[in-house]
Design a protein around this ligand. Structure first.
Ligand SMILES: NC(=O)c1ccc[n+]([C@@H]2O[C@H](COP(=O)([O-])OP(=O)(O)OC[C@H]3O[C@@H](n4cnc5c(N)ncnc54)[C@H](OP(=O)(O)O)[C@@H]3O)[C@@H](O)[C@H]2O)c1
Length: 320
C-alpha cells in the first residue's frame, strides 16, 4: 500500500511517499480499515520533527485522524462488518493514518456521522474528543456561563466555539480581524483580534471587571500565568499546550482558579457526543483546505507557517 513514511526526524521534506506492506488481521478483535481521508494536526508535525522521539522507533507512519470503510474484521468482532463507515483517532504511539489501510482494535472505532463526507469526517476525531473533554468533562460548561476560547480559528478553536454555543454559553474568542465574521457565524458572541488587542484588557472591559467563568487555552506561551487576569472568581482554565518551563501562577490564587491540563486519550465515548451534535446540525467540521495525500509536504508547510498569506481557519484535510 501507499503510505507517507518518516525515516528521519526533521522538516516537512522527511515525509516520503513510500510503498509498504499492507497490514493484515492477526488478532480476533482487530479491524482493517481502508482510509478515505485523514487530516493534519499540530501533533503530526510535533511527531515528525522528533518531539516524541523517545516513544517511537523509526521508520514511522504518523497521522491522528481517520475516516474510512471497514474492509475486514477479526473473528471476535461482532459490532462491525465490511462496508461500515467509521471515523476515529488511531492510538497514540501506534501506526498512524497517513496510509491507504489502517489496522486497529475494534474498541477505537466510531460510526461515521450520516451527514458528512469522508473529507469532512476526517476533520473531527482528535479535536472532537479533545473539545468534549475540555468543555464538558473538565470545565463542566453550562447554559449561561461565559467562556473565552483562545485560538478560535484553529482546528480545536473552530469546534470549541460551536460546542460551547450548543451548550448555551456566551462565547468570547480570539482571531484575526479578517476572520471575525466567520467566527461569529460559528457562534462567537465577541471576537478579539489577538494581533491588535490585549485580550485581558478587552475581557475586563466587556465583563466590567468580572472576568469569564471558563478559559480554554489552545495557544500556550504565557497564558497560564496571564489568563487568571481575565478569569472570574472560582473560574476554570483548561489548557492543551504543554510548556516545558516554569509558569508563575500567582494571579490564580487571587481568583481561586482551577486549572485542568488535557492530553487527549482517544476516547470514542467523547466522540459519540460530537457525532450527535453533528447529526442534529448543531456542529459542523470547518475545513481550511484540502490536499491529496501526495501533497502532504505542502499541507504541513501551511499549518506550520506563521507568515501565511491567508490565515488558517479550521482543519487541513488530506484525501487518499
Ligand atoms: N493536549 C492535547 O490533547 C491536544 C489535542 C489537540 C491539540 N493540542 C494542541 O493545541 C494547540 C492548538 O491545536 P489546533 O489544532 O487548534 O492548532 P491550529 O489549527 O494550528 O491553530 C492554532 C490557532 O491558534 C492561533 N494562535 C496562535 N498564537 C496565538 C496567540 N498568541 N493568541 C491567540 N491565538 C493564537 C492561530 O492564529 P493565527 O493564525 O492568528 O496565528 C491559529 O488560529 C496545538 O499546540 C496542539 O498541539 C493538544
Amino acid at each position: 500500500m501507499k503510505a507517507i513514511v518518516i525515516k528521519n526526524y526533521g522538516g516537512p521534506e522527511v515525509l516520503q511517499l513510500t510503498e509498504v506492506p499492507t497490514p493484515s488481521i492477526t488478532d480476533h478483535s482487530q479491524v482493517l480499515v481502508k482510509v478515505r481521508a485523514t487530516s493534519v494536526n499540530p501533533l503530526d508535525y510535533q511527531v515528525r520533527r522528533g518531539d516524541y522521539a523517545s516513544l517511537f522507533d523509526l521508520p514511522i507512519i504518523t497521522g491522528h485522524d481517520i475516516s474510512g470503510d471497514v474492509i475486514a474484521v477479526g473473528e471476535a468482532v461482532k459490532k462491525w462488518r465490511p462496508g461500515d463507515k467509521v471515523y476515529y483517532s488511531p492510538r497514540f504511539g501506534g501506526s498512524g493514518s497517513y496510509a491507504e489501510y489502517h489496522l486497529t482494535d475494534e474498541s477505537s472505532l466510531s460510526r461515521m456521522p450520516d451527514n458528512l463526507s469522508y473529507e469532512e469526517a476526517a476533520a473531527i476525531p482528535l479535536i472532537g474528543g479533545t473539545v468534549w473533554e475540555m468543555l464538558v468533562v473538565r470545565a463542566k460548561l453550562k447554559k449561561g456561563d461565559t467562556i473565552l476560547i483562545l485560538g478560535g480559528a484553529g482546528g480545536v478553536g473552530t469546534l470549541a466555539i460551536q460546542v460551547a454555543k450548543s451548550l448555551g454559553a456566551f462565547v468570547y474568542t480570539t482571531g484575526q480581524s479578517i476572520l471575525h465574521e466567520q467566527l461569529q457565524h460559528l457562534g462567537a458572541d465577541v471576537v478579539i483580534d489577538h494581533h491588535r488587542k490585549n485580550y485581558i484588557e478587552e475581557i475586563q472591559a466587556y465583563t466590567k471587571g468580572k472576568g469569564v467563568d471558563v478559559i480554554i487555552d489552545t495557544v500556550g506561551g504565557s497564558t497560564l500565568s496571564d489568563a487568571p487576569l481575565a478569569l472570574a472568581n472560582y473560574g476554570t482554565i483548561v489548557t492543551l499546550v504543554d510548556i516545558a518551563r516554569p509558569q508563575n501562577l500567582i494571579h490564580a490564587w487571587e481568583r481561586n482558579a482551577t486549572y485542568h491540563f488535557v492530553f487527549t486519550r482517544q476516547s470514542r465515548d467523547e466522540l459519540h457526543h460530537i457525532t450527535r451534535l453533528i447529526e442534529t446540525g448543531q456542529v459542523k467540521p470547518i475545513i481550511d483546505s484540502m490536499y491529496p495525500i501526495e501533497d502532504v509536504i505542502n499541507a504541513h508547510q501551511r499549518i506550520e507557517d506563521v507568515k501565511r498569506d491567508r490565515p488558517l481557519l479550521g482543519k487541513i484535510v488530506l484525501s487518499m
